[in-house]
Ligand binder design. Sequence first.
Ligand SMILES: Cc1cc2nc3c(=O)[nH]c(=O)nc-3n(C[C@H](O)[C@H](O)[C@H](O)COP(=O)(O)O)c2cc1C
Length: 206
Amino acid sequence: MRQERKKTVVVAICGASGVIYGIRLLKALLARPIEVYLVISSAGLSVLRHEADYDGGPFSDFLKQQEVSFHWDARLYHHDVTDLFAPPASGSFRHDGMVVAPCSMKTLGAIASGMAEGLIHRAADVCLKERRPLVLMTRETPLNLIHLENMRRTVLAGATIMPPCPGFYTRPETLMDIVDGTVARALDQIGIDNDLTKRWGDKDLV
Ligand SMILES: Cc1cc2nc3c(=O)[nH]c(=O)nc-3n(C[C@H](O)[C@H](O)[C@H](O)COP(=O)(O)O)c2cc1C
């Protein structure tokens, strides 16, 4: 008999501003006994270089520089965006959800139109057809009608549109408090318990 499946999450980082959200999401996931399948678009790699000084080396080394510590039973599988043989490309691969953090308008458009060309778009398409959680941390402002229509289409198909819009009712004190507040909401969406931020109803908040 097969062992019970560990929590498994697909994470994509696209070339929108705010790659810090993807990094913090990985940090939160890898601190737990979770399997993470990571895909980064080529524009995502460029923005990682620009916004987070990624040097193009092994991504796990970069994460360690970013003070990501790995739970002994966490696993990180990093797949190239062109790798359509990777597990998340198939509906028979079971996982608990996919988060695209951040999600560019291009990737949003590809998902909304069913253009499953690379691994990120294909894995998102598979999530929708398999009715698995798909969280798109869409980042652009202001939004044009095409962006809004694409958001509408993906929501109707089952995705969660989650722009990184910080809430201030938790009284964040640092930039990382703000980022973690958004990451916490994304983790909630895929059923990963976390205490990255205060919650309404916490004694010291209300
Ligand atoms: C520094 C930088 C920041 C960018 N920020 C955004 C952004 O916030 N939102 C967006 O939709 N595109 C943004 N772009 C443009 C995308 O990177 C571009 O459309 C790219 O083709 C997206 O590809 P991907 O979805 O495969 O990652 C940015 C580009 C650069 C170089």
